[in-house]
Write a protein that binds this ligand. Structure first.
Ligand code: HEC
Length: 164
């Protein structure tokens, strides 16, 4: 091993130790907090916002089918970004429940969590197709499916009650 490799190895080991330390002690680092902020931002300002565009179209006749298509495409693009923002050690009970609603079950059933994130992508792609067709009834039906299989299917098992 030359000096550079040695330093690199030491650095990596320290990095792993730091991660282990966080998980064991529940002391979230600044990096953990930023990942929590990032996923909340994605949920609120991308996922929630675009879902709201579709909801307003159906419930308030606001906007057009073209707006719905744009929103559905944004939802489909956001879906694969969800799981990587749920870094192990950044949920309950490691982090204060006032700061995150991410339940421990996410990491106990990681495959199930990834599956519901993928379901959102699949439902959003169908919503985009329905919107391209322009039929309001078809959009309405697929909006309900997206809410059920895309949002609810994940929130129900994996998002805990809000703690104030
Ligand atoms: C794969 C899982 C998953 C999917 C799919 C999902 N969510 Fe979430 N969402 C979560 C989790 C977990 C949280 C809590 C994150 C936290 O507090 O750290 C959350 C939080 C939120 C929040 C609150 C954000 C904040 O400011 O604290 C909103 C709004 C939201 N989701 C809307 C939606 C909508 C609308 C959909 C469907 C179009 C959706 N989500 C799909 C897992 C998911």
């Amino acid at each position: 091993m030359n000096t550079t490799t040695k330093l690199l190895a030491a650095g990596l080991a320290a990095g792993f130790l730091a991660v282990g330390f966080v998980a064991a002690n529940g002391a979230a680092t600044a990096a953990d907090m930023s990942v929590i902020d990032k996923r909340k931002d994605l949920m609120k300002n991308v996922v929630g916002k675009n879902f709201g565009v579709v909801k307003d179209f159906i419930e308030k006749n606001k906007g057009s089918a073209a707006d719905v298509k744009k929103a559905a495409d944004a939802l489909a693009a956001a879906a694969p970004k969800i799981a990587p923002l749920f870094v192990k050690g950044t949920g309950r009970p490691d982090v204060d429940p006032k700061k995150t609603r991410a339940e421990a079950k996410i990491w106990q059933d990681w495959a199930g969590f990834e599956k519901t994130a993928k379901a959102l992508g699949d439902e959003a792609a169908k919503l985009s197709k329905a919107a391209a067709g322009g039929d309001k009834e078809a959009i309405k039906k697929q909006f309900a499916e997206t809410g059920k299989n895309g949002c609810g299917a994940c929130h129900k098992p994996f998002r805990g009650e809000e703690v104030k």
